[in-house]
Ligand binder design. Structure first.
Ligand SMILES: *Cc1c(COP(=O)(O)O)cnc(C)c1O
Length: 237
């Protein structure tokens, strides 16, 4: 376990650098940096490091596995906000609703319907983002771009879901500029859905941008950046 100050100081420094870069990218784009939320992705990161990030200003944590998140949640509780960013299995929905205040990764109509059922039983309303497979990669989750409007329309009819925006994970490329057309495509899809004027729908969130491409993401209008490696260093897996 890295409990030493040097380790905490590295996390603090990484966060400071990222916020500085976000500020610069926002200014280039004529945006207010306050409109950008940093989601610190804590998958495979231990509780001590998560605590160090929270102490140094990380207010939102992103996890991609319910079980792993649940263990850290026991130690950390609601001193930060928890967002789910991974592929959610239907049998984990109930548990996920106990921890996460936003699900970035609704990647099918079936999952949306299951979240609605479990939210109804729990008497709650759940904000969700629709994950779009912008590059149409067979290996990736998410609805195909051409189906996004149709799925959004069906989700808008679910009483317990609030469709709050879209999420995407472009193909990894060491050149961040390669992500830009994918981000633009997601914004176009969002604009198309907005024209439908669906009920229960407010598409104010755009979740895209990771360690390698978050500055481009800010320039293209991201409201939520999901950053892991840039804060905590390379993951061990
Ligand atoms: C792991 C992960 C991230 C963070 O990736 P980094 O490159 O480490 O910043 C973002 N989004 C999702 C969905 C992830 O699974």
């Amino acid at each position: 376990m890295h409990t030493d100050n040097r380790f905490a100081e590295e996390i603090a420094e990484n966060l400071r650098r990222i916020w500085t870069n976000i500020g610069a990218a926002a200014r280039r784009a004529g945006r207010n940096p306050a409109g950008v939320t940093l989601v610190a992705v804590t998958k495979n990161v231990g509780v001590e490091a998560v605590r160090a990030a929270i102490t140094n200003g990380a207010a939102v944590l992103g996890e991609n596995r319910v079980q792993e998140a649940a263990e850290k949640f026991k130690a950390i509780g609601r001193s930060a906000e928890w967002h789910f960013i991974g592929h959610l299995q239907k049998n984990k929905v109930k548990h996920a609703l106990e921890i996460f205040s936003l699900i970035h990764s609704v990647d099918s109509w079936e999952l949306a319907a299951e979240i609605d059922r479990k939210a109804e039983l729990a008497g709650m309303t759940v904000p969700v983002l629709l994950q779009v497979n912008v590059a149409e990669e067979t290996s990736k989750h998410g609805v195909p771009p051409l189906e996004a409007e149709n799925v959004a329309r069906r989700i808008s009819a679910l009483r317990r879901l609030r469709l709050s925006g879209l999420m995407a994970i472009p193909p990894y490329d060491p050149d961040p500029e390669k992500s830009r057309p994918h981000f633009r495509r997601l914004v176009e899809i969002r604009n198309g859905i907005a024209l439908l004027k669906l009920e229960n729908t407010r598409l104010n969130i755009l979740s895209f941008g990771m360690t390698g491409d978050y500055e481009v993401a800010v320039e293209e209008g991201a409201t939520h950046l999901r950053i892991g490696t840039g804060i905590f260093g390379e993951r061990k897996t």
